[in-house]
Write a protein that binds this ligand. Structure first.
Ligand code: ARG
Length: 574
């Protein structure tokens, strides 16, 4: 039984509030001793014209609120609910084991479409650690919304258009090396791009040539389109390797270029609504009422710009997907850009503008400043992953050697790849997304710290206990007998398991996967305390052993489900 839902139902009946509203108001008390759920009565004060503490005590004593195994008390304006440990243990573990690794799944999103746009790197540019942030965060947000039953459409809004492609075309015709492009496309494209800027300092006509090439590209001129297509294809091939390695997927790679042909219609609509104004030769939408600078739609030479492509993209997405939410996972420096785009959409009369959300994130820094890269001062994701996997390999190999060398080199590499990538992903998702991240290998690979290796290790070790039990003919008890799990450590662990589902919903509502990383980290800590203080396979009675094994299995299911929502794979042995 879902106690939260049961409690919400009774409270709704008594107060006349909506059950969903009650459910969203129910809090989890900060301390275990304060019970399992708390309902704050402030919302009722206005309608009932009474002080919240009085309301709380009246409702708490109501006969209608009685639920078997649940005791009710009040603390000031709060009504606290405590579920008896025996009953809680049974209901939580049964719930988890029934769902298995899909625990956390929900149907609240059924029939609703959510677009999550993430990654969106720029063609011909290196994939750096900032793009890794949107990729990892967006991937996790997509998984979270899918888990809650939403129809999720994953968009990669590739930066595959703009004046820089005119420059690349000019540069490639002058200095391009076909062979180098095949071998390391991004490196070659970056080389000629940098050269273009160096040469243009003394040879300004290059800029004119580039502008002309971009104009031709926009007009669909065959030769320019063919070159551009080539740059796009080779870059995307490189990006896809990284996506594969990280288990990241997309439904749609419509880049900025895709929307360029849709811009004239947007311009026409803006003109018809009288929203377009001339400003120094450019066409802009003034946003003074919103306290924002004007949004440029067409540049003075008539070419389109980043913002106009975003306007066309948002309208396209709505017309084709009728989304309930359109989420942009893009760094905080672009906050103003999205405010402007959403404001223009709103001025155009599109109600869906209110369902467009910019999900921003912080910067990526390195504690170890000497971390050198191939590309000067930007750090490439591939280099970050390689170095982390390499370091993880060393740790796993040493651990295996300490156990007498129980793993083959192949096994070590396979495990290190998963754990290393997990460590990178977790570092991005372990704190609120707007905070800056500082990479520090000692910290992120600490097997005792708040890290992916710690969580994966906890999972793998628990799996090994379950395997050992099986060898001894001991199976986790199913369906009954969990009521013996009432010790303090067991109770704390079960409570943290019980709160997992809520953490998934909260993560979705706030676009913060860290709600989940924090919860599974708490579960792992509680589990390890329980594990260190109590014996599992030598617990005394058969009944207790089997119940504890069931608890172990529940922990594995929830850890696996939670890590998967972050985009992290587990390993069975480590
Ligand atoms: N390509 C851009 C960049 O690397 C990010 C695109 C963000 N998405 C958007 N719809 N504007 O900065």
């Amino acid at each position: 039984m879902e106690y939260k839902s049961e409690i919400a139902g009774k409270l709704a009946a008594i107060t006349g509030l909506d059950k969903e509203q009650v459910e969203s108001l129910i809090e989890i008390p900060p301390q275990l001793s304060m019970g399992d759920y708390a309902f704050p009565c402030f919302v009722l004060a206005k309608t009932l014209h009474k002080a919240p503490p009085l309301i709380a005590s009246e409702i708490a004593s109501s006969e209608e609120l009685k639920i078997e195994g649940v005791s009710v008390s009040c603390a000031g304006p709060y009504i606290n609910f405590s579920i008896s440990r025996e009953i809680l243990a049974g209901s939580v573990i049964r719930d988890i084991l029934e769902a298995g690794e899909s625990y956390g799944k929900d149907s609240i999103g059924e029939g609703k479409t959510v677009i999550v746009e993430y990654s969106s790197p720029n063609i011909a540019k290196p994939f750096h650690v900032g793009h890794a942030f949107t990729t990892i965060l967006g991937n996790s947000i997509s998984r979270i919304y899918s888990k809650l039953g939403y129809n999720v459409q994953r968009f990669n809004h590739l930066g595959d258009y703009g004046t820089q492609f005119g420059k690349l075309i000019t540069a490639y015709r002058l200095w391009g090396d076909e062979k180098a492009l095949e071998e390391d496309p991004i490196k070659e494209l970056l080389r000629i791009y940098v050269k273009f800027h160096e040469e243009a300092k003394t040879e300004p006509s290059l800029e004119d040539d580039a502008r002309e090439n971009f104009r031709k590209l926009e007009e669909g001129s065959e030769a320019e389109v063919a070159l551009w297509q080539r740059f796009r294809d080779v870059s995307l091939e490189v990006f896809k390797k990284t996506y594969d390695r990280m288990g990241v997927e997309f439904d749609n790679y419509n880049g900025e270029s895709f929307y360029s042909s849709r811009i004239p219609a947007v311009v026409e609509a803006l003109e018809q609504k009288g929203l377009l104004e001339e400003s120094e030769g450019a066409k802009v939408v003034k946003l003074d009422d919103e306290g924002l600078p004007p949004c440029i739609v067409l540049k003075s030479d008539g070419t389109t710009i980043y913002a106009s492509r975003d306007l066309a993209a948002a309208i396209y997405r709505y017309e084709n997907y009728k989304f309930d939410k359109n989420i942009y996972v893009v760094g905080l420096p672009q906050q103003l850009h999205f405010k402007q785009v959403f404001a223009v959409l709103k001025k155009m009369g599109y109600g869906f503008a209110d369902n467009c959300v910019h999900v921003g994130f912080g910067l990526v820094k390195f504690k170890d400043k000497v971390f050198s890269t191939r590309e000067g001062n930007i750090v490439l994701l591939d280099d970050l992953i390689n170095k982390t996997v390499e370091k993880t390999c060393e740790i796993i190999r040493n651990n295996s050697l300490a156990r007498g060398g129980d793993m083959s080199e192949e096994q070590i590499n396979e495990i290190a790849e998963k754990v290393g990538i997990g460590a990178v992903i977790y570092t991005y998702l372990k704190s609120g997304r707007e905070k800056d991240i500082v990479f520090d290998w000692d910290e992120m690979l600490d097997f005792e710290g708040d890290t992916a290796p710690y969580l994966i290790y906890t999972y793998a070790r628990t799996r090994s206990i379950l395997r050992k039990a099986q060898e001894q003919g001991l199976a986790p008890s199913d369906g009954a007998g969990y009521s013996v799990l009432t010790g303090d450590d067991e109770y704390a662990l079960i409570r943290s398991l019980a709160d997992f589902k809520d953490s998934v919903k909260k993560a979705a509502a706030s676009y913060e996967p860290f709600m989940i990383s924090r919860q599974i980290s708490l579960i792992a800590r509680n589990y390890n305390r329980f594990y260190n203080n109590s014996s599992i396979l030598n617990a005394g009675s058969d009944e207790l052993i089997k119940a504890r094994l069931a608890l172990c299995e529940a922990v594995c299911d929830v850890l696996k489900s939670g890590l998967e929502l972050l985009g992290i794979d587990v390993v069975e042995k480590m």
